[in-house]
Design a protein around this ligand. Sequence first.
Ligand code: SIN
Length: 283
Amino acid sequence: MTIEFKPLSFSLGAEVLGLKIKDSPSKEQIELVRAGFLKYGILLFRDQHISREQHIGFSKLFGELDQHESLPRDRHPDYSELLMVTNEPKPNGMPSDSKYTGQVWHSDMSFTLAPAMGSILRSIKVPSVGGDTMFSNMTLAYEKLSKGMQNLISDLHGVHTSARKIIDLSQDRIDETKKLIPPVAQPIVRIHPETGKKALYIGEKVKSFVGMTEDESKPLIDYLCRHASKPQFVYRHQWQANELLFWDNRCTMHLALGDYDESEIRHLERTTILGTPSGYVLQ
Ligand code: SIN
């Protein structure tokens, strides 16, 4: 069966038609998926009734998978390649560690030295309404900045942290996070290693610019985040169960919306494909 791409929005994203992941896609099909991934930034695969092993196997066709060492609490207990994104309480009744995962604009693993190339998120249970994910095209957002602003930010580096709303704010937990995830500096403008295009690399996990205070940095960080998340750069995905979304973290950022009834389960699982080395650790 031939693969087709049906655009999801003006700015980015396409649905992939004619591919069943469980039927072990051919090499040619995977090459087409790769090309579509580079063209559209996000690919959607609907109605994919697959197992965890098939999710992992499909993801490996696109690169080496992150074992999520920096997020040990969020890993699936039996599959280190799978990061849980769930509000399902723990067996002891405590809230899930990943209840608020992704609820700020970000690019996956930007706080590490090999930020994610791609992520493949599979929906297992979704709320009856809400809990959408928004994505922004950071290449387009960069290109729409004035030349003056492009010049101003060209040499800036952002300090990325793993910041997210966490359930347990005990000192132990804060120390654990600091040890596992020290702040990492990344360029604010990155060149996509495959398309060669420049893209903004910013988000709400950027706390300051290297060499500047948080107070001095904040207005420009806020401006760039606001600019990049304007509706004309964004696709909003309304989840159904059994979907996979495959996005390119090098030229998109995303935000999970917490706008759903918390008594309903939202359970997704993500593989993360390692990217090329980038950035440096700040002491
Ligand atoms: C993520 O940031 O990887 C999770 C996104 C989501 O839960 O919608």
